[in-house]
Ligand binder design. Structure first.
Ligand code: MN
Length: 725
């Protein structure tokens, strides 16, 4: 008891130096007296528990009322203390807190689904009145988890399940990372002891090795930052056990095969320093593309802010680096509670910082209880995404899932026949990540060619991946046709024959007859199977083709070619992703990655095999040979529809003269221009030059031009060009 009291006392001196210690001591005495006949499961006096909970609450940074509430939190539930008595002795606000915690304690979250819903609702109601109630409850749960070894095995399992289902996600949504990690790790220890022990044993066995690795990286970062005069605190850590466990499950790997278990943190004084550090990290190590995330300009819903990037050290081991200021660090560790350190406010005041709480409370007013609680639950689980069919059925998918995952979740037939998708009634790319509450409609066609191989890389759910693979196994034909066609075409080119002849209606039937096939696809498939070689096939029709080509040349001399009619593109066509394709009303649209067109660019479409029409800029090198008779039939006229203003990703490469702070200038120019930046990194070239690659979203070519000019205005940025996405 004494040590627990001293420990709490020390925490108060450190975090709440102005607290009324006399009042707190009175609450300690009151609680000790009320609980005097009770013992904890391990036989120790009960008062140890409220003291420990109060200490956690102090460390969260909460105020004196919350500390008093924590000390008294079990009094109404477990002793003869009453609301009135507590109100008389410690004030109305403390009594309200204790009352609120008591209500939550009575809620049993491991009960039936329906009761659980009802209890969750109580939790959020309490939160809406005064969030400190929920924070005290989380502190209470944390201490109970820390002392879980004294409980019966049944109780351990049910409490740990409840912690995983309710408290850890709640701590996460409140931004309390540190507490979330501890809750998860303890819960895992009881829920899956084998795996928990295996992971911790492995980590212990590799402790020295890990620490040596982390020290090398840490020293390297520190050395550079100190050399350029950036004041920093840098350290490495191993990710927490439960997150390693999750990675093993998701990636289906053993811990030995798992690489990204290290995370480094660089904490600096100012936001400009953050971007500056980012530049130095990218200079020191090799960047893993696509992993840079700027949560500073776009904070997470739980207010988390940091720059994240993944790089590879000299040992070939990838690791994540998180860069943040001290303020951001506090918020990341303690979440909503961190705000008491700055504003000693009531619970209600801090709500407006938390957009999601506000939204939930608003939605509460105009929906019935069940629907409301459903939406709460949806918002609490962020490794899943819940979407709806047009008829209102809920489909749960892994976070990051796309319309492809959705289609295969409905039925493999739907996935295989998919040609596009609508999200919330608008045509969407089939690789668009779905958000909670999206209404998804799959557009299918009997003529669909089935899934594309790319889909395997796009989809997030194992279900979709398995079904797509099955399709390819069964329908190898598509693949064989593609392979066969490629072999055939390259052989035709090798011997100098025009490919266009195969689609010439006059000549084609005669050639097929000679080859003994009904159509070209069958012939390609046969080559793909290996039933016929491309050399043999071309050899068989070579003479006929040469004859036909000569005949056609003669015809051309005899008559002048008729003027080709320009088709009218002004007709009201159906726009797909902001693009109108001539003569095709519904097809998949992809924006070519090589030139990443944005509205306003002159564009042209290419009919791909199995992936609809891909849109290129007219000046794209890949579109340069579109008049070539070999390709001509597959190029189609397209134009931008005017009404769309959805953002497009584009990439600029900036030629620069290397100097410190340039990366920061680029980043802040984009931030000031309110541009959503997706990626930014620099590469040093010989002779004091460097190239910065920046990927961001724009609405159209006009906006892109404005941004390009702004970037060129930065000192030492000397040139720019459009890059590849
Ligand atoms: Mn308790």
């Amino acid at each position: 008891m004494e040590t627990h009291y001293q420990s709490m006392h020390a925490a108060i001196v450190k975090h709440l130096p102005n607290a009324d210690m006399e009042l707190i001591d009175r609450a300690v005495d009151y609680a000790r007296n009320k609980h005097r006949d009770q013992k904890r499961k391990d036989g120790s006096p009960y008062i140890i528990h409220p003291l420990a909970v109060a200490e956690i609450v102090v460390e969260m940074g909460l105020d004196t009322d919350a500390v008093l509430g924590a000390l008294l939190h079990d009094c109404i539930e477990d002793t003869d203390a009453s609301h009135e008595e507590i109100e008389k002795l410690f004030g109305a606000s403390v009594a309200e807190l204790v009352e609120g915690v008591t209500k939550l304690t009575r809620a049993n979250f491991s009960s039936s689904e329906q009761e659980q819903m009802e209890n969750l609702r109580k939790m959020f109601m309490a939160m809406s009145k005064d969030i400190r109630v929920v924070l005290i409850k989380i502190a209470d749960r944390l201490h109970n988890m820390r002392t879980m070894q004294y409980q019966t095995p049944e109780k351990q399992i049910s409490k740990c399940r409840e912690t995983m289902d309710i408290y850890a996600p709640l701590a996460h949504r409140l931004g309390m990372q540190k507490i979330k990690w501890e809750l998860e790790d303890i819960a895992l220890r009881y829920l899956d002891p084998d795996d928990y022990n295996r992971i911790t044993a492995y980590l212990n066995a590799h402790k020295e090795q890990d620490e040596a690795f982390m020290r090398t990286i840490q020293d390297k970062i520190k050395e550079r930052l100190t050399a350029v005069g950036i004041h920093n605190t840098t350290y490495g850590r191993i990710k927490h056990v439960y997150s390693i466990y999750r990675k093993m499950q998701v990636q289906d790997k053993s811990i030995e095969e798992l690489y990204d278990i290290y995370a480094f943190r660089v904490i600096v004084d100012t936001i400009p320093d953050c971007y500056n550090v980012l530049g130095h990290i990218h200079d020191l190590f090799n960047l893993v593309p696509g992993r840079f995330k700027d949560y500073i300009s776009t904070p997470k819903p739980n207010m988390y802010q940091s720059l994240h990037t993944t790089v590879i050290g000299s040992q070939g081991i990838p690791f994540e680096v998180q860069i943040r200021t001290w303020d951001m660090h506090e918020t990341a560790e303690y979440g909503i509670a961190a705000h008491w350190k700055y504003k000693q406010g009531t619970g209600a005041g801090s709500e407006k910082d938390f957009e999601w709480i506000r939204r939930l409370l608003e939605s509460q007013q105009d929906s019935d209880a069940e629907e409301y609680v459903q939406s709460l639950k949806i918002d609490m689980f962020d490794d899943e995404v819940f979407v709806f069919t047009p008829k209102g059925r809920i489909v749960s998918l892994p976070a990051g899932s796309t319309p492809i995952d959705f289609a295969y979740a409905i039925h493999s037939g739907v996935g295989n026949a998919m040609i596009g998708a609508k999200v919330n009634n608008r045509i969407a790319n089939i690789d668009t990540p779905l958000k909670n509450g999206d209404i998804v409609e799959v557009l299918t066609s009997k003529a669909a060619k089935g899934p594309s191989r790319d889909w395997l890389n796009i989809c997030k759910s194992n279900q979709a991946r398995t079904k797509i693979k099955q399709w390819f196994k069964k329908e190898k034909r598509e693949e064989n046709v593609a392979h066969g066609r490629a072999a055939f075409e390259s052989e035709m080119r090798r011997v100098g024959l025009p490919l266009s002849i195969t689609i010439d209606p006059e000549v084609s039937p005669q050639l097929l007859k000679k080859l003994s096939f009904d159509d070209w696809e069958d012939m390609y498939a046969a080559i793909g199977y290996g039933g016929l070689t491309a050399v043999k096939a071309v050899g068989r029709i070579r003479d006929d083709i040469n004859k036909a080509v000569r005949a056609q040349a003669n015809d051309k001399l005899m008559q002048s070619a008729p003027q080709r009619q320009e088709p009218d593109l002004r007709r009201d066509r159906h726009a797909i992703n902001g693009v109108i394709v001539e003569d095709i009303d519904s097809c998949m649209i992809k924006f070519a990655k090589c030139c990443a067109p944005v509205p306003g660019d002159a564009i042209v479409g290419f009919i791909t095999k199995g992936f609809g029409v891909s849109i290129h800029r007219c000046d794209c090198p890949n579109a340069a040979h579109r008049d070539d008779p070999i390709q001509a039939a597959r190029w189609v006229r397209v134009r931008w529809a005017n009404e769309e203003d959805q953002p497009f990703e584009t990439t600029l490469e900036l030629d620069c003269i290397t100097r410190d702070g340039l990366l920061l200038d680029v980043a802040s120019t984009l931030t000031t221009a309110r541009v959503r930046m997706k990626e930014l990194f620099g590469k040093d070239l010989p002779g004091g030059k460097s190239v910065f690659t920046v990927k961001f979203e724009v609405k159209n070519a006009e906006e892109l031009e404005t941004i390009r000019k702004k970037l060129l205005n930065i000192r030492d940025v000397v040139g720019s060009r459009r890059g590849q996405n």
